[in-house]
Write a protein that binds this ligand. Structure first.
Ligand code: FAD
Length: 191
């Protein structure tokens, strides 16, 4: 084997060997020490880069019809109340958060057969998140699509925000109705 005699080349080789040793040691120690999770600045960082989330519902079929109906009523109550309290003018992050919540809700809904249908509905009618009134009416409409499939009466969505009273006091209630009226007028005048 030929020995390198040039001192510059020797220094370069030593530096390379030292760096290689340093990096291999530091990557081994990171295996035993969990890395701290950096706080998210964007809501879509909720889904971590290197992990794929399940893209189809995975809960088992729910055979007990009484439990299925009870679960449905409670879930719809939560669903519509979230939409009725959603910001009048949401930020991009808030929109993304609502969208992710609805998508995950559809994947993990505990009645697997319901989740399968609901997930397909979301593909066809994706969540509308641009404002409180738009999100609430979208939610009412998607519930009506489920009602229709189950041969249940359809709900009148015209007063959906008022119907899901959040219990947050008169002032906020009035502000909420006002915001809804302003938005409705804007739409009627083509704005
Ligand atoms: P629900 O439909 O539970 O409604 C509860 C109350 O909400 C009603 O009494 C009414 O006051 C109000 N309401 C009704 N329609 C609307 C609307 N459009 N907007 C706002 N409020 C409204 N059950 C199945 O058997 N098969 C399924 O595939 C299935 N899929 C489901 C998917 C999801 C995402 C959810 C949350 C539930 C699902 N269910 C399913 C349950 C089903 O929708 C009902 O919740 C259940 O049958 C009980 O019905 P209900 O008549 O008491 O009224």
């Amino acid at each position: 084997m030929k020995i390198v005699r040039n001192p510059v080349v020797s220094v370069i080789i030593s530096v390379i060997i030292l760096f290689t040793l340093y990096y291999s040691l530091s990557s081994t120690s990171s295996l035993s020490e969990p890395k701290p999770i950096a706080p998210s600045t964007k809501s879509n960082e909720l889904i971590k880069d290197d992990k794929e989330i399940v893209n189809t519902p995975f809960m088992p079929k729910m055979a007990n019809e009484t439990i299925k109906a009870e679960l449905g009523r409670s879930s719809w109550k939560l669903f519509h109340t979230i939409l009725a309290r959603y910001p009048v003018t949401p930020t991009e992050n808030e929109r993304e958060t609502l969208d992710q919540f609805i998508q995950l809700f559809a994947k993990i809904y505990p009645c697997g057969d319901c989740a399968q249908h609901f997930n397909k509905l979301l593909d066809e009618f994706p969540p509308q998140t641009s404002s409180r009134s738009i999100a609430s009416v979208w939610g009412c409409d998607i519930h009506n699509k489920v009602n229709k499939r189950l041969n249940k009466p359809l709900y009148d969505c015209a007063h959906i925000i008022e119907d899901y009273d959040c219990g947050c006091g008169e002032d906020e209630e009035n502000a909420k109705k006002e915001a809804f009226e302003i938005e409705k007028e804007g739409k009627q005048s083509g704005g």
